[in-house]
Design a protein around this ligand. Structure first.
Ligand SMILES: [Zn+2]
Length: 394
């Protein structure tokens, strides 16, 4: 009988003896999430675009607090980036409107379109919500008249912040719903005046979920706990979206531009069903490139399916460093690049991918849709084009 030598056992013994001789490497220090700065070593094509391929309308900016010099700097960036027109969403109803209008259009004629904000306060005391006009009977008609007056002064649209649905309370201390009938005269008047309503309703879905270890925007909510709308005192994300959609359905003659991809960029299939259902609904991409750019296949299909319903926007007063990722996202197939010039991605810990849109779609998103939906923009683009041609011809 052959004897069987336990070779494997011997190998194991020798191995563990050798390992025992090697010093055990020290484990690196445990780091916190906000210290983690993974730097991709990936090498792929890069296109650092500082200029939109076609004249561009930025439908979502906030130059409201700029002094004249800062405004000039903003326009300088617009010139470099081929942004023909910026839409200011900071017009205030009443006498303040004229000042804002004069500053923007006096210094830079043809470069700004100005929307007026919904004014809940009227002649009430800003510090005392009980005195606000929105609580008095007939608010809708009075606000509609304020809109008419602003349009007479040069406004070309109405802007709504997310406060309707998330902050603004009724006379009994309950949050007003976005589809509260008291606002119907305002929506109707916007339709009669043929000016669009740009509406930020809701916020990212993650902000309506618990700020716990499963929340993919935990880091952001940890820095900004005030951005969380989780809890019984708030409506759900879907309730807000549904209420807004009921308004859009009730007012088919009014054009709505739903800011931030209608606050459902996390589910473009669902957003598509809304666009199919409401022909008067449009969307703009401000502050949602992070969301769109992490789903490049789905986002590209969406843009190709709805090229006449999507507008360009950024939010804020975008410096060049913020515009570059927007242009890269829309125009290139660049891969795995940061969506913001910030060592720590502020809207989710991920990078984005470009969707390389064809020229005809880019033209629609950059300026044609805005020309169609916002009064006066077409003429501004024509003038900008003419100026560009003379300045750029030898
Ligand atoms: Zn905004």
């Amino acid at each position: 009988m052959r004897s069987v030598f336990p070779w494997t056992l011997l190998a194991a013994v020798v191995c563990s003896w050798t390992m025992a001789q090697e010093p055990v490497p020290e484990r690196p220090r445990r780091i916190y999430l906000d210290e983690f700065r993974p730097t991709p070593v990936l090498k792929t094509d890069e296109h650092i675009l500082t200029r939109a391929k076609f004249p561009c309308v930025n439908v979502h900016t906030h130059p409201g607090r700029l002094n004249p010099e800062e405004l000039d700097e903003m326009v300088q960036v617009m010139d470099e980036a081929n942004i023909a027109v910026s839409v200011s969403l900071d017009g205030r109803a009443g006498p303040e409107f004229a000042d804002h209008y004069k500053l923007l259009t006096g210094r830079h004629p043809g470069r700004f379109a100005i929307f007026v904000r919904m004014d809940y306060i009227g002649d009430g005391d800003p510090e005392d919500p009980a005195t606000w006009d929105v609580h008095r009977p007939g608010f809708g008609l009075r606000m509609a008249d304020r809109l008419t007056e602003a349009v007479r002064q040069g406004a070309v649209g109405l802007k709504l912040l997310k406060d309707l649905g998330l902050y603004l309370k009724d006379e009994n201390g309950k949050l007003l719903k976005p589809d509260d009938p008291r606002f119907d005269p305002v929506w109707a008047r916007a339709g009669e005046l043929k000016v669009p309503v740009i509406w930020h309703c809701g916020d990212p879905i993650s902000f309506f979920r618990p700020t716990d270890e499963y929340n993919e925007r935990w880091e952001e909510l940890y820095r900004h706990p005030e951005w969380s709308f989780y809890g019984e005192e708030f409506p759900s994300h879907q309730e807000l979206i549904d209420a807004r959609n009921r308004v859009i359905a009730r007012h088919p003659e009014t054009t709505f531009i739903c800011a931030h991809m209608a606050d459902v960029p996390e589910d473009l299939a669902k957003l598509g069903t809304y666009l199919d259902e409401y022909p008067n609904m449009n969307v703009e991409i401000a502050a949602r490139v992070a969301e769109l750019g992490r789903q490049p296949y789905t986002a590209r299909k969406f843009f190709l399916k709805y090229p006449d319903r999507i507008l360009f926007g950024t939010d804020g007063i975008p410096p060049m460093t913020e515009l570059i990722p927007h242009f890269r996202f829309l125009e290139t197939f660049d891969e795995n690049f940061p969506y913001e010039d910030n060592p720590f991605p502020p809207q989710g810990l991920w990078n984005i991918f470009g969707i390389g849109l064809p020229d005809d779609v880019l033209r629609q998103v950059y300026h044609k849709n805005a020309e169609r939906l916002i009064p006066g923009v077409k003429e501004m683009i024509a003038k900008y084009d003419a100026r560009e041609k003379t300045e750029r011809s030898p």
